[in-house]
Design a protein around this ligand. Structure first.
Ligand code: IMP
Ligand code: MG
Length: 178
């Protein structure tokens, strides 16, 4: 696996420090609000389990799975819900945890969907953002890192469902996917 990585962008220590900072901010902002933290499967799983252990207020968790129709390293923008949430979101404070925003189409779809459940508030916590790739206007409330348009894997992010278990985030060698 390691030999498929061209460059390590964020190592374990850098990620851990960023998650402590985000968790600290979320702990302050959600004190006493008992938020529902929704992780988007599968990419956000690693980030989700780390971030919730850094939020020092009572909360509940749930998961949602989207399928984006498209192959390889480009997202098609056509999104469907594969696994729905089980929590009633009405009047709850909702925090969406996502691994990465690329075009922003998945997140936009997701936010419109979750808003229909009438939450008291709806905020986004995103590990990685590719601002130059956005095709729609997306508001990110809590952000880990901004990156360029390179394709990255590790720490939950995959190529063809692999590399999710790498403890760091790195740029995948072009020859692996081209
Ligand atoms: P968007 O709808 O274009 O914003 O795509 C978001 C989804 O595309 C993410 O949830 C990822 O599954 C996938 N994705 C986009 N860029 C990358 C990347 O660099 N590495 C791994 N997955 C990515
Ligand atoms: Mg994904």
């Amino acid at each position: 696996m390691n030999s498929d990585i061209a460059t390590v962008l964020f190592n374990e220590g850098t990620i851990e420090k960023k998650i402590r900072e985000l968790g600290h901010q979320l702990s302050i902002d959600y004190e006493g609000k008992e938020p529902v933290v929704i992780g988007i499967l599968n990419g956000a799983v690693v980030f989700m389990t780390d971030i919730i252990r850094n939020i020092r207020t009572s909360l509940t968790i749930d998961f949602l799975s989207l399928s984006s129709y498209g192959s390889g390293t480009k997202s098609s923008g056509i999104v469907k819900i594969r696994k729905d949430i089980d929590t009633n979101l009405e009047n709850r404070h909702v925090i969406v945890i996502e691994d990465i925003v690329d075009t922003g189409l998945s997140l936009k779809y997701l936010l419109e969907y979750l808003n229909k459940h009438k939450p008291a508030s709806l905020k986004t916590c995103i590990l990685l953002d590719k601002p130059k790739a956005h095709k729609v206007d997306i508001h990110i409330d809590y952000k880990g890192f901004e990156i360029g348009n390179e394709f990255v894997v590790g720490y939950g992010l995959d190529f063809d469902e692999k590399y999710r278990n790498l403890p760091y985030i790195g740029i995948l060698k072009k020859e692996i996917y081209s």
